[in-house]
Ligand binder design. Structure first.
Ligand code: RIB
Length: 301
């Protein structure tokens, strides 16, 4: 079982501050810290840590680019196969992140090479791959083309519709498992959704293609609907330090555990647990728990 992640690779430039600046405001923070990030790379690392064989297809800048090496460090450490990584004549993606005292963040992404990655850079051969894990940090044309080709090749397509951007209707038709947060859910259904209507809204998306829709709810856990069942999982209670990459941890671990043959409720349990643990340390990939830490935190009952 091999998961292919087609997605963004960034270096994260993070500053801890008392609060996230309001428009026009300057806030003094701590020292800046560079660490590996990007939703695609984060999810690839999370999936690899959870026991899956993972390949990443994406793009970074040239060897002389100062952010290339930090952007790739976590992927290399986690053993992600980078044979489908492209080097483009563009800067490596850079995310400017402010983390507030309560662990919340604000992120601005300078996409660089991620935005220059085109459909021509997608793999020609899908042989030996079982799952495709996608986000929305590459261009919409690339994401749609990747989902379409993977679906046609018989892969199961897991889409994390983050960050929220206009999603082509065809994309959901090629998605087997959709993962969204509440804002992304609202963007996809085209209206605001009260907490009491979350299940109905998620179910409405099943009609557009996916066989399962998961809504991540932060401290409230997650809600997943399929045609047959609804699963509500509570969040793992933790002392939150930094939520950066927690959603990516959830997506990567969920895809990995499904690929490894876990039933959906078990895969959701592990994904939620790993995401909670990822909030207890600073950074995205740097904060992700090892599989041993996840299993030790709360064995499946
Ligand atoms: O989801 C968190 C990620 O979003 C960060 O690592 C940053 O690089 C942005 O892509």
């Amino acid at each position: 079982m091999t998961i292919l992640v087609i997605g963004s690779v960034n270096a994260d430039l993070t500053v801890q501050a008392a609060r996230i600046p309001a428009p026009g405001e300057t806030v003094l923070g701590g020292d800046a810290h560079v660490s590996p990030g990007g939703k695609g790379a984060n999810q690839a690392v999370a999936a690899a840590l959870a026991g899956a064989q993972v390949k990443l297809c994406g793009a970074v800048g040239a060897a002389s680019d100062p952010f290339r090496s930090p952007a790739l460090s976590g992927l290399t450490r986690a053993g992600v196969d980078l044979s489908l990584l492209h080097t483009l004549d563009a800067p490596t993606g850079l995310a400017l992140i402010t983390v507030a005292a309560g662990g919340e963040n604000a992120i601005t992404v300078a996409s660089g090479a991620n935005a220059r990655f085109g459909p021509q850079q997608l793999p020609a051969d899908w042989h030996g791959l079982t799952h495709l894990l996608l986000q929305q940090e590459l261009t919409p044309a690339v994401t749609l083309d990747a989902a379409r080709r993977a679906h046609a090749a018989g892969l199961r397509v897991v889409l994390n519709a983050a960050p929220s951007r206009s999603t082509d209707a065809g994309l959901l038709a090629h998605t087997h498992h959709l993962i969204v947060n509440e804002h992304e859910l609202e963007a996809l259904v085209g209206q605001s959704v009260e907490p009491s209507a979350l299940e109905l809204a998620a179910q409405s998306l099943l009609k557009r293609g996916p066989q399962a829709v998961t809504v991540t709810l932060g401290a409230q856990g997650s809600l997943t609907v399929t045609a047959e069942a609804t699963y509500r999982l509570a969040a793992h209670r933790v002392q939150v330090v930094d939520t950066t990459g927690a959603g990516d941890t959830f997506c990567g671990v969920l895809a990995a555990r499904l690929a490894e043959g876990d039933a959906l409720p078990a895969a959701l349990h592990w994904a939620g647990l790993a995401a909670g643990l990822a909030c207890t340390r600073p950074g995205a990939q740097d904060a992700m728990p090892t599989w041993a830490e996840v299993v030790a935190a709360q064995p499946l009952r």
